[in-house]
Design a protein around this ligand. Structure first.
Ligand code: ADP
Ligand code: MG
Ligand code: ZN
Length: 487
């Protein structure tokens, strides 16, 4: 044992899902031609003036309420000055010592079944910078291109206190944060498109020590798994440095997902390096109290509450409730399926196994699921009611997924009608009993468990079409009749 523990704090940049940018009316939609979504304001041309998009205040306040934070009635935009080619103004408009949101918290579930409260120090509004494009353009070998479509897209930077202590906790925090943002409909949470970006601050200290160690900050983490891996790598690296008698330098690191390594990007900048000052072009944000409490009252049901309700009302296991509620659309699909009278547990099973697997195969989210929620509910009801066997259920599911058609329609189209005719079934039952005399013998000597085997044989014989309830009943009748005739 090395005797050190990790201390981690996260800074997450969430792209706010507004239709237009934070200080101009350019569109924010992803995937436009480079530099098509720009204007004098976001290009930073001299003489242009920023005008605040009201919606970002609403979005930030919603987030603040969702994490039990304080929404400050007075907050201020500041200029953060630095030079970079993708920042034409030479400064980024951000918030500094007077952010819009402070002192929130978010609860995460731990692997040991416990909970942990992660404090959110602040959440502030800022504009995004543009992008430097190094690859995939003519003469990319010796040229770098600038795309300013992203410049001026609103960001909410959400900063935790250094409360996280393992890569798994980091992963859990990010997952929960993403759900909350998605439930609030303020950020789509798409890491590949850069809607959610995370910097991780990592330090170590001897177990039991209160004082924090020197931290490094890791950037370029573009999936939750990368964050988890990069944080683990950095903890291990720091421990190795210290065990070899060295000291950890306060630096900014860049994670390289391909080689699974980090490299030093620059020495850590201090906030005074940025020469922050209040932006004279923008007035302070003064909160409208009435509108703000209205927002607080109209928050949607949040993941944690929904999770609790799923566990209590539907008797779902914790883990199922967790997966279903992490994604708002998945939760909505589940509840829509339950409009048919069917067991929530069974619907959850189908969703968490077959459905998610098939969707993953197509690389689709639940929002592009070919099976309508109510159709899945109906299918489960058919199986539960014994109208089709589990095996037919699987075939039916396959057809539903491939065609998007309703279950009842498919049953007719594919002649998947159940054999419910007793005279037909009795014939099959008798034939089977003749074939498996040993099992019949076993049953007679009290090993009634072989009944399941016999039912299975008949279901196989009928390609799953026999009505399982009726088969069961007929088998028992026959077996008991045989017993009495033998007696
Ligand atoms: P900066 O803006 O310079 O990066 P902040 O003080 O705002 O600095 O902290 C940024 C993040 O770093 C926060 O999430 C905070 O919790 C975390 N942090 C600060 N000190 C440490 C430390 N010693 N170890 C780990 N994380 C830390
Ligand atoms: Mg930082
Ligand atoms: Zn613009």
């Amino acid at each position: 044992m090395h005797g050190y523990e990790a201390v981690i704090g996260l800074e997450v940049h969430a792209q706010l899902a507004t239709a237009t940018k934070i200080f101009c009316s350019c569109a924010t939609e992803f995937g436009a031609e480079p530099n098509d979504q720009t204007c004098p304001v976001c290009l930073g041309l001299p003489g242009s003036l920023p005008v605040l998009n009201r919606e970002v205040i609403t979005f930030a306040a919603k987030f603040g309420h969702a994490v039990g934070a304080q929404i400050n009635d007075h907050s201020v935009f500041a200029r953060k000055n630095y030079f970079y080619p993708d920042l034409p103004k030479g400064y980024q408009i951000s918030q500094y010592d007077q952010p819009i949101v402070s002192n929130g918290h978010l609860e995460i579930s731990l692997q040991n079944g416990g909970k942990k409260n992660v404090r959110i120090a602040r959440a502030h509004l800022e504009e995004d910078a543009g992008q430097s494009v190094h690859d995939g353009m003519p003469q990319s070998q010796n040229k770098t291109y600038i795309n300013l479509n992203r410049a001026g897209i609103p960001l909410l930077e959400i900063v935790t206190e250094p409360d996280l202590s393992s890569p798994d906790e980091v992963y859990e925090y990010l997952t929960e944060l993403k759900s909350i943002l998605q439930y609030l409909e303020i950020c789509d949470g798409n890491m590949e498109e850069g809607s959610l970006r995370c910097d991780a601050n990592v330090s170590i200290r001897p177990i039991g020590q209160k004082k924090l160690g020197t931290r490094t900050e890791m950037k370029n983490l573009n999936s939750f798994n990368h964050v988890r891996r990069a944080v683990q790598h950095e903890i291990d690296r720091q421990i190795a440095v210290v065990l070899q008698g060295g000291v950890v330098d306060q630096v900014t690191l860049l994670w390289d997902a391909e080689s699974q390594r980090s490299r030093v990007m620059r020495g850590k900048e201090e906030s005074h390096d940025y020469r922050y000052f209040p932006d004279p072009d923008l007035l302070p944000i003064v909160l409208d109290q009435a509108a703000n409490s209205e927002l607080a009252n109209r928050l949607p049901e949040l993941p944690q509450v929904k999770r609790k309700r799923f566990i209590e009302d539907f008797e779902l296991p914790q883990i199922d409730a967790h997966i279903l509620t992490n994604d708002k659309h998945l939760a909505a699909y589940f509840e829509a399926a339950l409009r048919h009278n069917c067991s929530p547990k069974l619907v959850a099973n189908w969703m968490l196994t077959e459905l998610l697997r098939e969707l993953k195969g197509l690389d689709h989210g639940i929002d592009r699921c070919p099976i309508a929620a109510t159709d899945l509910g109906r299918m489960v009801a058919l199986i539960e009611g014994g109208e089709i066997s589990g095996k037919m259920g699987k075939q039916l599911f396959r057809l539903m997924f491939d065609t998007g058609k309703a279950p009842d329609k498919l049953l007719v189209e594919h002649g998947m009608v159940q054999i419910k005719d007793e005279t037909i079934l009795i014939g099959i039952v008798e034939k089977t009993l003749g074939q498996y005399e040993d099992q019949v013998e076993q049953y007679r000597s009290g090993k009634t468990k072989v009944l399941g085997f016999l039912v299975g044989q008949i279901m196989r014989e009928t390609k799953g079409k026999a009505n399982p309830n009726l088969v069961n009943q007929l088998l028992i009748e026959r077996l008991n009749a045989e017993m009495s005739s033998h007696a």
